[in-house]
Write a protein that binds this ligand. Structure first.
Ligand code: FMN
Length: 487
């Protein structure tokens, strides 16, 4: 089922026994985060807190905390198809010639249906506050004891590229300072920060809307590293095969999902920077305080009875791991457009995605593993990946034991490692020598060829004799060996 809003998704989760309601009173200060983390580490259900102390709206957490819920939310078992739909459009895999183009018309019409549509109003317009808007109604969580404050952790931050006017949404946390202002933690490599910088260069403020609670495809789109120049609402439409309905904000010139739960309207002023953090982050460490710009609230639009969507991050593996896995799967076809030899990719969740990528390639020429590493480090947010291990396509990148076997038997550290220094690193990397700048490690764990200077004969991988295998298969029961482990 394609979801148009968060509540329809909640209803389906409940029907599928994937959601628990908690009616006991709970506190936004640490208690809810502790509950959510316990449930997330246990791959438990989505949680709807119905009785939040001091607030009059329910809070939804762990909505996407299993692969099954990701499948339900995006209405697919095959996430790679999402990426293929995108690459088909980007590479215009359309038949050629007049007849071909004509036969492609239904396809183009279908694509037009993916585009966002502007409507006069929607459920998000049920309550509009522009005279004295406040952030105080938001049940934002304090998630770790040393967090600087309460944070909005799952807001979709909408900006427009000041030059092209193409819209972007990104999930960036926001530290609530008071009723009117919040810190905007858009990291330097992200598109929100890029738009901000462009506005800054023209000495102007940038208008910003923050969408809290929307249809799952729009939420996923905000997290996804969608190629530059593609409107993320269009990407959400491509994913759901149905355009997202947008309505105009009241105090700023931006369009937001008409079916959203809550929208905060405002601006970020380059003149106002403030210390943001610490915050217990995706890496499992507190990210140190740093200067970030300030979001100023100018208006609020919301449903009469909105659901506040939240998430909690920390030492992996938590809810964000499943969103990350879907990104890994759905963006494989896009990676393959630029690096066609890539057969598969695993970005283990324990490595908070940007820590490590294991890449299988079909090697055709000497040095190709290094070419792939460098290509990937130049590709969108893949630039933030700290370590890349390249293996041959006969290694299953999702089987860590097989990967370790390949790394330890196919790599000579001096010959097969590549270290790049003074390159961009993930803002959250606790180990880089500077914030945003450090080094990268590439490990070429493919079988080495003579053309790569490997003078010895490559040793043959052991394999059983086929006749003996058949014999042992046929006599297996006779031997009387039980299958039970002796552990
Ligand atoms: C739960 C969650 C919280 C996130 N918080 C931040 C954040 O505070 N700052 C940030 O720059 N990225 C954050 N991200 C990652 C971005 O949303 C992600 O990199 C996205 O692709 C940004 O897209 P953009 O560069 O197209 O705007 C978060 C992701 C998730 C899943």
């Amino acid at each position: 089922m394609v979801f148009d809003n968060l509540c329809d998704f909640i209803n389906v989760l409940e029907k599928k026994d994937n959601l628990r309601r908690i009616s006991t009173e709970v506190n936004v200060d640490l208690e809810m985060a502790e509950i959510l983390r316990r449930v997330m580490y246990n791959k438990g259900p989505a949680i709807l807190f119905e009785n939040v102390k001091g607030f009059d709206m329910p809070v939804l957490g762990n909505a996407f905390g299993t692969m099954n819920r990701m499948k339900i939310s995006l209405d697919t078992d095959n996430f790679e198809k999402i990426g293929s739909r995108l690459t088909d459009i980007l590479t215009q895999k359309m038949p050629s010639g007049i007849l071909g183009k004509v036969s492609a018309l239904p396809r183009l019409a279908e694509m037009a249906g993916f585009a966002p549509k502007i409507v006069k109003k929607g459920p998000v317009n049920q309550i509009i506050e522009t005279d004295s808007p406040t952030l105080s109604f938001l049940p934002a969580l304090k998630t770790w004891p040393k967090d600087a404050s309460r944070f909005i952790t799952f807001g979709l931050v909408l900006t427009k590229n000041p030059e092209t006017e193409i819209r972007n949404i990104g999930v960036y946390r926001m530290q609530i300072y008071d009723d009117k202002t919040a810190g905007m933690h858009w990291q330097i490599h992200k598109r929100g920060a890029q738009h901000f910088k462009m506005a800054q260069e023209e000495n102007r403020k940038i208008e910003v809307a923050v969408i809290i609670g929307a249809d799952p495809a729009t939420i996923y789109s905000a997290v996804a590293p969608v190629p530059e120049g593609l409107d993320k609402f269009l990407f959400a439409g491509i994913m759901r095969k149905k355009g997202v309905m947008l309505t105009k904000c009241k105090t700023i010139d931006l369009e937001v999902p008409a079916n959203a739960e809550i929208v905060l309207e405002g601006y970020v002023d380059p003149e106002n920077m403030r210390v943001e953090g610490p915050f217990g982050d995706h890496t499992g460490y507190y990210t140190a305080p740093d200067l970030y710009p300030l979001f100023h609230l100018t208006g609020v639009m919301r449903r009469e009875k909105p659901v506040y969507l939240t998430t909690v991050v920390g030492k992996p593996i938590l809810e964000d791991a499943y969103i990350g896995k879907v990104i890994e799967r759905s963006f494989l076809p896009l990676i393959q457009v630029f690096q066609p030899e890539v057969v598969d990719v695993n970005m283990p969740a324990a490595g908070w995605f940007h820590g490590l990528a294991i890449v299988a390639i079909k090697k055709r020429y000497p040095g190709q593993a290094r070419k792939v590493m460098m290509g990937l480090w130049g590709l969108g947010q893949f630039m933030l990946t700290k370590m890349i291990v390249v293996v041959d396509n006969n290694i299953n990148v999702h089987d860590i034991n097989e990967v370790i076997w390949a790394v330890t038997t196919r790599t000579d550290p001096k010959r097969d490692t590549l270290i790049l220094d003074n390159v961009p690193t993930d803002t959250l990397d606790p180990a880089s020598h500077l914030v945003n700048l450090g080094s990268k490690l590439g490990i070429d764990a493919t079988v080495k060829w003579k053309e790569e200077g490997f003078a010895r004969a490559w040793q043959e991988v052991v394999k059983p004799d086929q006749e003996t295998e058949k014999l042992v298969d046929s006599k297996w029961k006779e031997y009387g060996i039980t299958e039970d482990s002796t552990d």
